[in-house]
Write a protein that binds this ligand. Structure first.
Ligand code: ADP
Length: 274
C-alpha cells in the first residue's frame, strides 16, 4: 500500500541569506510504512533532529514535499494540529516537560487539550502508562519524585496518550545508565511489537538502534546515505566509520549478535561493498 510518511526531495536551510546559513537537509527521499520500526542514526549535527521535526510539521521544508497518509502536508488548509496528534514526537530529555502535580494528570494533559472528557483522558493515560511499563503504584506520585527511567516512561506515555499513528523518539536513552538504557529500549521494542505502531527511533549510537529496528536510515551532513536492514547497512562498515559511526562499535555489535544467536546476524559478512 501507500507509505504513512513520504518525504520527496526534502531540503531544509537554517537562517537562509545570513552568515549563519546552514543546509541541514539535502534532497532527502524517504518512505515509511505503517507498522515499521525504523532507526535514524548519524553523528551529532548530521541532521537527525531537523529531519524528525519535519515529520509533525514543527518545521517546514524549504524545498520538497512531505506526505502523511497520502496527503501533502504543505497544501493549503492542511491541519498541522491534526498532524501533530497523529505523529507523536518525544524530544530529548522529555522529562523536562513534566510539570503537573502527579503522573496521571501529566499524562492526561494531551488528551485533555484535545477536549476529551475526564473519564476518557484517564482511560487513555492509563493505557499509555501500561504500554510503557510504568508501575501503577506510582500513578499518583509527583513526577519529580521518580527515577530517571520512570520519568522518561511517564513522558513517553504523555505522547502515547494522544494515540498517535507514528511515534518518533529523539535519543530516548540520552543520559540514562546502561541498565536504564536497555530497559527503555526493550520497552519500546515490546510496545512496537504488540501495537504494530510505526516507531522511529533516533540515535547517534549504532549499538542502541541496530539490535531492535527493522530498518536503519543513516544520515550524514544532511543527506541520507544508507536506508536498509541493519544487516545490509553493516556491510558498509568502512563508510560507517568515515561518517563517525565507529567501526569497533559495529564490529562488536555484530560479534555480540552472532554470539547471542540472533537469527538476523548469523550470516553477516564483513565484506565491504564497492
Ligand atoms: P543532529 O540531530 O543529527 O545532531 P541537527 O538536525 O540538530 O543534527 O543539526 C543539523 C545541522 O543543522 C547542524 O550542522 C547544526 O549545527 C545545524 N542546526 C541545527 N539547528 C540549527 C539552528 N536552529 N540554527 C542554525 N543551524 C542549526
Amino acid at each position: 500500500g501507500e507509505p504513512i510518511l513520504s518525504l520527496r526531495g526534502l531540503n531544509y536551510v537554517y537562517s537562509p541569506g545570513t552568515a549563519y546559513e546552514k543546509q541541514a537537509m539535502k534532497d532527502v527521499n524517504l518512505d515509511i510504512w505503517q507498522g515499521e520500526f525504523i532507526g535514524i542514526i548519524g553523528h551529532t549535527g548530521s541532521g537527525k533532529s531537523t529531519l524528525i521535526q519535519h515529520l509533525d510539521g514543527l518545521i517546514r521544508a524549504t524545498g520538497g514535499e512531505l506526505y502523511f497518509d497520502g496527503e501533502n502536508i504543505y497544501k493549503e488548509g492542511y491541519s498541522m494540529k491534526a498532524l501533530r496528534q497523529q505523529v507523536g514526537l518525544v524530544f530529548q530529555y522529555p522529562e523536562h516537560q513534566l510539570f503537573e502535580a502527579d503522573v496521571l494528570s501529566d499524562v492526561c494533559f494531551g488528551p485533555k487539550n484535545q477536549g476529551l472528557s475526564e473519564e476518557e483522558c484517564k482511560k487513555r493515560a492509563k493505557e499509555a502508562l501500561e504500554m510503557v511499563g510504568f508501575p501503577e503504584s506510582l500513578y499518583n506520585a509527583s513526577p519529580f519524585d521518580l527515577s530517571g527511567g520512570q520519568k522518561r516512561r511517564a513522558a513517553i506515555a504523555g505522547v502515547l496518550a494522544m494515540r498517535p499513528k507514528v511515534l518518533v523518539l529523539d535519543e530516548p536513552t540520552a543520559g540514562l545508565d546502561p541498565k536504564g538504557r536497555d530497559d527503555i529500549l526493550d520497552q519500546i521494542a515490546l510496545l512496537q511489537k504488540t501495537t504494530h505502531m510505526t516507531v522511529i527511533l533516533v540515535s547517534h549510537s549504532m549499538e542502541d538502534v541496530a539490535k531492535y529496528v527493522d530498518r536503519i536510515i543513516v544520515m550524514n551532513h544532511g543527506e541520507k546515505i544508507f536506508d536498509d536492514t541493519p544487516k545490509q547497512v553493516f556491510r558498509h562498515y568502512k563508510r560507517l566509520e568515515e561518517v563517525g559511526l565507529a567501526a569497533p562499535e559495529v564490529t562488536y555489535l555484530m560479534h555480540e549478535l552472532r554470539e547471542s544467536g540472533v537469527p538476523v546476524s548469523t550470516d553477516i559478512t564483513l565484506v565491504e561493498e564497492a
